[in-house]
Ligand binder design. Structure first.
Ligand code: DC
Length: 223
């Protein structure tokens, strides 16, 4: 059973995907974490994505995903970067490296191999990203496209940030989300898009448990 969940930043994908995987005893693959690790590789070298050196650095970056009791750990050149890839600056660079065809081709190949292995081992896998239903696994058993208004997505991001002690204005957050959406939706290669056969889940007014229940209901219907 392959379940694809796509959608913009802050639409509730990650928490929902993890909770659905837990509830169904499936594996969970967060593909954004792989692009974030690539972004971190660029950031660590102190260069910009436009630098000529960037391509070589990305080509040589060894990005691995490990599954420890179902959750995803990410390694860059053998070092566990699971926590450091969560910084918002890394997210910004990730959306820039994610426009590069060569990197995407490699990531997609790697993702398909992982998905194959996880499906065999766990019987099901919930994959979240931007191009999962359109490019990575177009033959997924179920596809969801999660959305929410920009204000709601910013509100969630704000709550996350204040939990971690950071203080940023609502306007700054809205601008950051708009920038990221714009780049993810308008890039030439594998842009964020809703697959024709995806179910659209607007989470603006849904609680997390309602989002999870909706997806579990759909899984049960095709079982
Ligand atoms: O889901 P996220 O915010 O952790 O993803 C970080 C960036 O990676 C996001 O701006 C877009 C990119 N990404 C992508 O292009 N394709 C994916 N399948 C997953 C993420």
């Amino acid at each position: 059973m392959i379940i694809a969940i796509d959608g913009p930043a802050g639409s509730g994908k990650s928490t929902t995907a993890r909770a659905v995987a837990n509830a169904a005893n499936y594996a969970h693959l967060d593909t954004g974490a792989m692009y974030r690790a690539a972004g971190l590789a660029i950031q660590q070298k102190g260069i910009s994505v436009e630098d000529r050196e960037a391509e070589r650095i990305l080509e040589n970056a060894d990005i691995e995903i490990a599954f420890d009791s179902g959750s995803t750990a990410v390694f860059l050149d053998g070092i566990d970067v699971t926590d450091s890839i969560r910084a918002s600056e890394v997210g910004r660079i990730a959306s820039q490296v994610a426009t590069l065809q060569k990197l995407r081709d490699r990531m997609v190949d790697q993702q398909r191999t992982i998905i194959d292995r996880l499906e065999k081992r766990y019987g099901g896998v919930v994959i979240e990203g931007r191009d999962i239903g359109t490019v990575v696994v177009p033959n997924a058993d179920l596809k969801f496209f999660m959305t929410a208004t920009i204000e709601e997505r910013a509100r969630r991001r704000m709550a996350q940030l204040s939990d971690s002690g950071a203080s940023v204005s609502m306007n700054t957050i809205i601008r950051e989300i708009e920038d990221r959406d714009e780049r993810d939706r308008n890039r030439e290669v594998a842009p964020l898009a809703c697959a024709e056969d995806a179910l659209i889940l607007d989470t603006t007014e849904l609680s997390m448990s309602e989002q999870v229940r909706e997806i579990i209901n759909q899984i049960n219907q095709i079982h």
